[in-house]
Design a binder for this molecule. Structure first.
Ligand code: HEC
Length: 242
């Protein structure tokens, strides 16, 4: 009880002091624009394909953590504003995060510079133009193109290893419900069943000997890659939609 009354006394002192000085600046005591403000603009599609455990967000991330500091769900109909961003943020990203707010994939981003931190009242702009944020489009980009460079060997259909082209325009038809070449008892992607999809078995770390290319199981093998691998399996288990 005592503590509370001392606190109340202090509070009333502060209030009176503030009134006495006559210096009340509404802008400075408003919390609405405390911290940085970021605005996302652009045409984003593919919202509806993601299973519940993933979320498409505009988020601020610090330098050393994959967990967002603050985030807002992106839904059809931009623009979107994120405010109260701590100056510790180092990037503002359009990203896919999981339930724990951990970043799975960055779709686009802008770095927060010291100049931006100093000028807090300026809005940071993340202009993404056109982004296909669909689940399969995202997988193709991050796993088949950026990470796996699969098309080095699985390129044009005429000369693709295993007769399987993973170029963005061919990948879906080449994978989903398609019989495997090296083992015709297998299907490359069985919608709804990642464990029985040859694609998953070939890429599973430690699963050697399924093809003549020994490095397949080493393509997705570090911490970030395992998030991609889980994404691939989740895509299949949720129906492998195009
Ligand atoms: C350096 C070349 C190379 C790269 C890079 C490569 N592969 Fe392969 N892959 C092959 C070869 C060669 C085969 C056929 C192996 C055989 O005949 O045993 C193959 C076969 C496969 C098969 C079996 C296809 C079937 O129907 O039998 C899958 C699935 C596969 N690769 C997935 C991938 C994925 C996904 C990536 C990228 C993440 C990738 N590969 C990157 C060389 C490569």
């Amino acid at each position: 009880m005592k503590k509370i009354s001392i606190f109340a006394a202090l509070l009333s002192l502060l209030v009176f002091a503030a009134c006495d000085s006559g210096n009340i600046y509404p802008k400075e005591i408003s919390f609405e624009h405390d911290g940085l403000v970021a605005k996302l603009t652009g045409e984003i599609s593919g919202f509806d394909q993601w299973p519940e455990e993933y979320d498409l967000v505009l988020a601020a991330f610090g330098k050393d953590s994959p967990y967002s500091i603050v985030q807002k769900h992106v839904s059809p109909g931009s623009p979107l504003v994120l405010d109260n961003i701590s100056p510790q943020a180092s990037t503002i990203e359009l990203a896919i995060v999981d339930r724990l707010r951990e970043r799975i994939v960055t779709l686009d981003k802008v770095e927060v510079t010291d100049a931006m931190r100093k000028n807090e009242r300026d809005t940071l702009r993340l202009e993404v133009n056109k982004v296909d944020a669909g689940m399969f489009s995202t997988l193709k980009r991050v796993v088949f193109v950026e990470k796996g460079e699969c098309s080095r060997c699985h390129g044009h259909p005429d000369k693709a290893a295993g007769g399987m082209s993973l170029l963005p325009e061919h990948a879906y038809a080449a994978l989903v419900n398609h019989t495997a070449t090296v083992d015709p008892t297998q299907t490359r992607v069985v919608p709804g069943d990642a464990d029985h999809s040859f694609l998953v078995r070939v890429l599973t770390p430690g699963n050697s000997g399924l093809t003549h290319y020994a490095d397949h199981p080493n393509i997705l093998n570090n911490e970030q890659d395992l998030k991609y691998f889980k994404l691939l399996k989740d895509w299949i288990n949720h129906g492998a939609k195009e």
